[in-house]
Design a protein around this ligand. Structure first.
Ligand code: NAD
Length: 492
């Protein structure tokens, strides 16, 4: 049953800011149904939000960490209380299955709680008494943070930035993706209400708003999650005013299946399938290329397809039996299809996976039946490009050296995984160029918010999560108090 569309507003200086123009956001399961309307803010409105955040910073940076933590904990409780409604809204605007939307809220809360529990210990002044005097190593807030986030995990990729930024004494202007702007606006409003006006602001829109956020001189730091190509524009826009940056970008994560991987371990095989198809494959850290030791390839493929056919059930995200929903938008669905057809035209075999539970909905929405691509070459587009959708190629390797070479043969280096005997897998893992390598698990299943997350090569710079993710919103400020007023290395 369809619900009436909601309308959301920007948040500027603690108030819902009415905008002239709104864009509809459709339900990717039933594109005729409008889930809600999000504002299209102007550059002038974006400037206003930045000015407010900048003015507020002068007082907010002097607030106590205890006060900030108390406010954030109050927001956490409200998000917990409202989880069922937020999850439903997220599922409807995004297309991810309801259990998956609930999972995203769970990860967001886990991180916000970690940030509250640890900020005092991590973001603190360190005082060192030494032979020539005393040094205070202070962790200062940076200023106004522009947070720009993508559509695939709109809540967790926003709260991953909001929590550490605000707890460290920064103010923020957040801009979510127009492709999933509604649920994140609810969450941002809950958080903004717990803080003084102007600490957390939110604007919506397209690239022009993004350009203002990344070039405005009052922005001190950019925290961006999104595509590598967009990040290149952002770096150029930010160059004139030398901004701090955390960039979490695209990935083309390899899963290496070693010869000692137990193909008969159904639980492990299902874990691999989930690592490929959770959130309909639209995750930066999903395993996007599988490399299998040639000696077990045939048996592996047979058992992989068996496990995939059991786990993948495509249909309405609100159906409790559904594990895979539609693709978030038509452009993305067409792109994934294009990569699969390209491989097929070059001789690869494409095998459809799983069961379609509701054929009518499947035809109505932006659905793709998940596929596995066999026999593609290392340089084929489906292997080289980030598919970001429900398909995965399986390739072979002769020995571990070749597996490592193939895995590293990418402009990306976000996460990766190695599957097989633990010791053997750890040995191989140490040669892979990635921000994270997981053993016998992959993607969100192996994500741990207590440890830093981020990419190498063109997958980004800086880290989110863990203690590094808290320190990323601080500047180091050294205060030296020499005993005799002189520093020791200045000659007499
Ligand atoms: P995108 O780069 O198209 O958009 C991301 C955000 O940037 C959106 O809010 C968009 O409106 C904004 N934007 C667009 N042009 C801009 C500009 N010129 N200046 C400033 N902002 C601009 O990405 P997407 O399609 O929303 O998300 C998918 C991509 O995100 C994939 O490549 C995926 O791998 C990546 N991603 C990375 C991580 C990670 O942690 N590394 C996590 C999730 C997604």
């Amino acid at each position: 049953m369809s619900e009436s569309p909601i309308t959301i507003d920007a948040i500027i200086n603690g108030e819902m800011y009415k905008t002239e123009k709104h864009e509809p956001r459709e339900n990717p399961t039933r594109p005729e149904e409008i889930v809600g309307y999000a504002p299209v803010n102007t550059v002038e409105e974006t400037k206003k939000a930045i000015d407010v955040a900048s003015d507020t910073f002068t007082t907010w940076r002097e607030s106590s960490i205890d006060d900030r933590v108390e406010r954030m904990r109050a927001a956490i409780q409200k998000i917990k209380d409202q989880t069922p409604e937020i999850a439903k809204l997220l599922s409807r605007e995004h297309g991810k299955a309801l259990y998956d939307a609930e999972g995203e809220i769970g990860v967001s809360l886990m991180w916000m709680e970690f940030a509250c529990d640890n900020v005092k210990e991590v973001v603190k002044n360190e005082v060192q008494e030494h032979d020539t005097g005393k040094t205070i190593i202070a962790r200062d807030a940076i200023g106004v943070v522009a947070a720009i986030t993508p559509w695939n995990y709109p809540l967790s990729l926003s709260t991953i930035k909001i929590a550490p930024a605000l707890l460290a004494g920064n103010t923020m202007v957040l801009k979510p993706s127009p492709l999933a702007p509604l649920a994140v606006s609810k969450v941002a409003a809950i958080i903004a209400n717990e803080f003084p006006p102007g600490v957390l602001n939110m604007v919506h829109g397209e690239a022009d708003v993004g350009v203002e956020l990344t070039s405005n001189p009052k922005i001190a730091k950019i925290a961006f999650t999104g595509g590598t190509e967009t990040a290149k524009h952002i770096m150029k826009a930010a160059a004139d005013t030398i901004k701090h940056m955390t960039l979490e970008l695209g990935g083309n994560d390899a899963a290496i299946i070693l010869k000692d991987f137990d193909v008969n371990d159904e639980k492990l095989m299902t874990r691999l399938v989930i690592s490929n198809f959770l959130t309909t494959g639209q995750i930066c850290m999903i395993a996007k290329r599988i490399y299998v030791d040639k000696s077990i390839y045939e048996k592996f493929v047979e058992k992989y397809i068996e496990a995939a056919n059991k786990w993948i059930r495509v249909g309405d995200p609100f159906d409790k039996n559904v594990t895979v929903g539609p693709v978030n938008n038509k452009k993305q669905a067409d792109y994934v299809q294009e990569l699969v057809e390209d491989a097929q035209s070059k001789g690869a075999e494409v095998i459809k996976l799983g069961e379609i539970l509701d054929q009518d909905i499947f035809e109505e929405g932006y659905f793709l039946q998940p596929t596995v691509v066999l026999g593609a070459a290392q340089h084929d587009r489906v292997v080289v490009e980030e598919q970001f959708g429900p398909t995965v190629p399986i390739l072979t390797f002769e020995n571990d050296e070749e597996a490592i070479k193939l895995a590293n043969d990418s402009i990306y280096g976000l996460t990766s995984s190695v599957w097989g005997d633990e010791e053997h897998a750890i040995e191989v893992a140490q040669h892979i160029q990635a921000g994270t390598t997981m053993i016998n698990t992959a993607a969100i299943q192996g994500l741990d918010v207590r440890f830093p997350f981020g990419g190498v090569k063109q997958s980004g710079m800086g880290r989110e999560y863990g203690k590094e993710g808290l320190l990323a919103y601080t500047d180091t400020h050294v205060i030296n108090i020499p005993k005799d007023g002189d520093l020791p290395y200045i000659p007499e």
